[in-house]
Design a protein around this ligand. Sequence first.
Ligand code: SF4
Length: 261
Amino acid sequence: MDYPIDETDLSNEYALHFEHQCELMKNNFERRRINFHPFQTRAEAAAYINCFIKERNLADIAFSDSVTLHECGIYKAVESEFEKTRNIINPFKRTADGKYIVFADQPLGEKLNLPRDEYYKRMAAVVEGMRKTLISDVLIIGANAITLSGEIVSIDGSGNRVAGMMFGPRHVIVVVGRNKICLNLEAALQRIRNVAAPLNYIRHNMKHHNRYHELPCVMKGKCFDCSSPRSACKKIAIMRGEVEFNADRTHLVIVNEDLGL
Ligand code: SF4
């Protein structure tokens, strides 16, 4: 150990705790036939995903929207490696000011102000893209929480992410950071409702011109189990494992870094 001790560097402590958590989780996920792949860095996780696609020669590669995937550079890594040779389905591509590409002709930096019919018409194209992700060869997604006992838990507004996690794509790669690890299902749902969901609404307000400002969790910092029409907490999914013949379907990639919301 170097002296004097650097009290600000906790990387060794985190690494040891992560190692112990992974020992627990590996058994618990793999007995449920969820393949478990721990990595120390986001770069290693991104490299693993490109190898996964190459090894299985997958043609249709799909994504859901995920801060974690952005932080790991996975959208860019997959695109730069496979853009010319595979079909990449990413319905969540955005303009420089955070709007979906279908709204690229709208004023830069301003909230959308389209008539409702026109808005719905354009959003239908985004939804069509989401539907295509459900029959891909591999769907690459994030998750809101995982448990030490081996479950993956996510909440979804449209449902594309949780639908694809459960059925459709031949393979699913779920990428999470260590901050998503929860003791059990109860803790996972607490995390989702009181941390992930409000932060995600705030992200959409600030980065994507959405109008989630009046949700109770956004205004008051915790979930009030609301039934707001703007709430995207409509679909909560718990992945508890795969059946025997699907043992190569779900792959959990976990990184010893804080990633996503
Ligand atoms: S249920 Fe309502 S209050 Fe709770 S996290 Fe979702 S939007 Fe916020």
